[in-house]
Design a protein around this ligand. Structure first.
Ligand code: ATP
Ligand code: MG
Length: 571
C-alpha cells in the first residue's frame, strides 16, 4: 500500500474524551473513527488488524473442531420471551419493531437463535456433539459506552456454542475451547490469565472462566498468585486462612461489656483498645426473605456471593433494622452469635479464633471471652470472607495473592440445559428417550481484543503491534522521495516485498522526514526500513519498532531479516 493513497489521516491530538491509550492511539493513527457514542467505523488500517485477529480466532477454532456459520442479528422478540430473557436482559437489549408492529431485538448474544436452530436440525444423539461459531456484529445499549473499542454499543464478537449429549461431553467441548482460547490470546501477543469466575447474566451451572488481558486501565480486579497459576476474580477468590495455634488454652466464661452507642468495628476497637482481628463481626442478611447471620473476623469482609452460593439463594441483602431487631432483640451494631435462633454461617477464620468480642444482642452491650464452638455452634463453618491482597494463596499455599487489573477479552461458560429446556431443544438418546441437549457458550470480544493489544503494546510515541496482528509487517520510509536514488531503491524494495507476499506500507508522501517518522511511530508497524542517503551505497536502515534497535544493512540483508520475521509471524 502506498501511504499517499491510504485512507487514513493521523491526528496530532486525540479528542478529550479519549482517556485510555488504545482509544487515543487508534483515533490518532486513523485506525478508527467514531460515528456515535460506542459506535465506530474501522478504517482500512483498523480493519486489517481486526481481520488478522479474526483469522487467528478462526484458525484456532477450526483446529478445535468448531464450524463457522452466520446467524441473523435481527431476532424476533418471541424467542427472547420464550427463553425468559426479553425482560431479564433489561435496557441493554436494543428493541425495535417492523412495519407490521412485530417486535424484534438486535442480537447482543445468540443463545436463543442457535438453540432454536439446533433444536430443529438435531434429533438424535448420533448427531452430537457439535460446536458452532460465528464472527458477528453484536449490539448492546451499554449504560456507559466508553474507552473506544473496549466497550462499544456495536462491536465485533466471536460467539461459539457447544451441544453435547452428556456432561462428560460438555467437559470435553469446554476444555477444547479453553485450550483454543489460550492459543488465540497467546498468538495475539496478549499477557492474560484465565480466571475462575462466577456465573453472570447468562446464568447456568458449572464452570466458567473469564480470560483477562492484564492492563492497569482494566475494569475488573483479578486476584493472582505469583507462585502458581491460580487466578480468580475478586468475588470468587479464596485465600488460605492463617490460623493461630491455641489448642488447650482455657478461656474464662463470657463477660458482658457496656458499650454505649458503640456500633462499628472502628468504634469498638477504639473504645476497648483492641485490634479489629479480635472482634467477631455478626452481620444479619436476608436471604430470599429469610434471616441468616454471617460471622467474620472484624478485620475481614463478608463475601456475599459465597454466602449466596452456599445457601443456593436467589438474592441476599443486608437485613433492615426491623429484621435485625426481630432476630437479635437489638439495634443494628449489636448483633452477636450467642443465643441467636437464626442460621449461623461461621467463617473458618472465626471458627479458629481462641476467643473474641462479639455483639451482645442487646443495644449498647458487647460480650467478651466468646469462644467459637463453646459459646455458639460452628457447625456451618466455611469460607465466607473476601480475600485481601497479601493473603496466602489457597491453591499452592505459598504465594501471596496480588490484585491486578484486567480487561475481559473472552469468556467460556458451561450453560447446561438452561436454554435447551426453555426452548425445548431435545434429542433422542440411545434408548430412544427424549433428553435436553447440554450446552456451553464461548465468547471473544474481537474488537475489544484489538484495543486490549494496544493497551499492552504501545509507548509514548504510538502503537507497537505484535507481528501476528499488525496491519502491515513493513513500513518503507524513503527519507526524501525527491531524491531519485532513494525513490528507486524504495520502489524496488516495495516491488520485491510484494512479490514475496509480505505486507508492506510505503510512505511515498512528499513530507518532511520528521513528519514521516512521527507517523510511522504512531502507526506502529513492526519493521521500518529507512531509505536515506546511504541508499546510494546500497545500504538501508533496518529498525524494529518493538526494541528500538536500528542498524545499517545492505538491501539484501534487510530482505533476509524481513522474510525471517515474516516466517516467524506465521504459525
Ligand atoms: P462485560 O462484563 O465487559 O460487560 P460481558 O460479561 O457482558 O462483558 P459476554 O456477554 O461474556 O461479556 O460477551 C463475550 C465477550 O464479548 C466478552 O468477554 C468481551 O470480550 C466482549 N464484550 C462484551 N461486551 C462488550 C462491549 N460492550 N464492547 C466490546 N466487547 C464486548
Ligand atoms: Mg456486559
Amino acid at each position: 500500500m502506498r501511504q499517499s493513497q491510504l485512507f487514513a489521516t493521523t491526528l496530532r491530538e486525540a479528542p478529550a474524551e479519549a482517556e485510555v491509550a488504545s482509544h487515543r492511539l487508534l483515533l490518532r493513527a486513523g485506525y478508527i473513527r467514531q460515528l456515535a457514542a460506542g459506535i465506530y467505523t474501522y478504517m482500512p488500517l483498523g480493519r486489517r488488524v481486526l481481520r488478522n485477529v479474526e483469522a487467528i480466532v478462526r484458525q484456532e477454532l477450526e483446529r478445535a473442531g468448531a464450524q463457522e456459520l452466520l446467524m441473523p442479528a435481527l431476532q424476533p422478540a418471541e424467542l427472547w420471551k420464550d427463553s425468559g430473557r426479553y425482560d431479564a436482559y433489561g435496557p441493554e437489549l436494543i428493541r425495535l419493531s417492523d412495519r407490521h408492529g412485530r417486535e424484534f431485538a438486535l442480537g447482543p448474544t445468540h443463545e436463543e437463535v442457535i438453540t432454536t436452530l439446533v433444536k430443529n436440525e438435531i434429533g438424535s444423539y448420533r448427531r452430537l456433539p457439535v460446536t458452532l461459531y460465528q464472527v458477528q456484529t453484536k449490539f448492546r445499549d451499554e449504560r456507559r459506552p466508553r474507552s473506544g473499542l473496549l466497550r462499544g454499543r456495536e462491536f465485533l464478537m466471536k460467539d461459539a456454542y457447544s451441544f453435547d449429549a452428556t456432561l462428560e461431553g460438555l467437559d470435553r467441548s469446554y476444555r477444547k475451547m479453553y485450550d483454543a482460547y489460550h492459543r488465540i490470546f497467546e498468538r495475539c501477543g496478549l499477557r492474560f490469565r484465565a480466571v475462575e469466575a462466577d456465573a453472570g447474566a447468562i446464568g447456568g451451572e458449572g464452570g466458567t472462566h473469564e480470560f483477562m488481558a492484564l492492563a492497569d486501565i482494566g475494569e475488573d480486579i483479578v486476584v493472582v498468585c505469583p507462585h502458581c497459576d491460580y487466578a480468580a476474580n475478586l468475588e470468587q477468590a479464596a485465600s488460605k486462612a492463617e490460623l493461630a495455634e491455641h489448642r488447650g488454652k482455657s478461656v474464662p466464661a463470657i463477660e458482658t461489656i457496656h458499650t454505649p452507642d458503640v456500633r462499628t468495628i472502628e468504634q469498638l476497637t477504639r473504645h476497648l483498645a483492641i485490634q479489629a482481628g479480635d472482634v467477631i463481626k455478626t452481620i444479619i442478611y436476608s436471604a430470599d426473605g429469610n434471616p441468616v447471620a454471617v460471622l467474620v473476623r472484624g478485620d475481614h469482609e463478608v463475601n456475599e456471593l459465597k454466602v449466596k452460593n452456599l445457601l443456593g439463594a436467589n438474592e441476599i441483602v443486608l437485613a433492615d433494622s426491623e429484621t435485625v431487631m426481630k432476630a437479635t432483640g437489638a439495634e443494628i451494631g449489636f448483633a452477636g452469635p450467642i443465643g441467636l435462633s437464626i442460621p449461623l454461617l461461621v467463617d473458618e477464620a472465626v471458627a479458629a479464633m481462641e476467643r473474641g468480642i462479639a455483639g451482645g444482642n442487646e443495644t449498647d452491650y458487647h460480650i467478651g471471652n466468646v469462644v467459637p464452638g463453646r459459646d455458639f455452634s460452628v457447625e456451618r463453618s466455611g469460607d465466607f470472607r473476601s480475600v485481601k491482597e497479601g493473603e496466602l494463596c489457597s491453591r499452592c499455599e505459598e504465594g501471596r495473592l496480588q490484585f491486578v487489573k484486567g480487561i475481559e477479552v473472552g469468556h467460556v461458560f458451561k450453560l447446561g440445559t438452561k436454554y435447551s429446556e426453555a426452548l425445548g431443544a431435545g434429542y433422542l438418546d440411545a434408548n430412544g428417550k427424549e433428553q435436553s441437549i447440554i450446552m456451553g457458550c464461548y465468547g471473544i470480544g474481537v474488537s475489544r481484543v484489538v484495543a486490549a493489544i494496544v493497551e499492552q503494546h504501545h509507548d509514548e510515541r504510538g502503537m507497537v503491534w505484535p507481528t501476528s496482528v499488525a496491519p502491515y509487517l513493513v513500513h518503507l520510509v524513503p527519507v526524501s522521495v525527491k531524491d531519485e536514488t532513494q525513490r528507486q531503491v524504495a520502489e524496488d524494495l516495495y516491488g520485491t516485498l510484494q512479490r514475496m507476499g509480505i505486507e508492506v506500507l510505503m510512505d511515498d508522501r512528499d513530507e518532511r522526514a520528521g513528519v514521516k517518522f512521527k507517523d510511522a511511530d504512531l502507526i506502529g508497524l513492526p519493521i521500518r526500513i529507512v531509505i536515506g542517503k546511504d541508499a546510494a551505497d546500497g545500504n538501508v536502515e533496518y529498525a524494529e519498532r518493538h526494541s528500538g534497535e536500528k542498524r545499517l544493512v545492505p538491501v539484501a540483508e534487510a530482505l533476509d531479516l524481513i522474510s525471517g520475521a515474516n516466517a516467524a509471524s506465521l504459525h
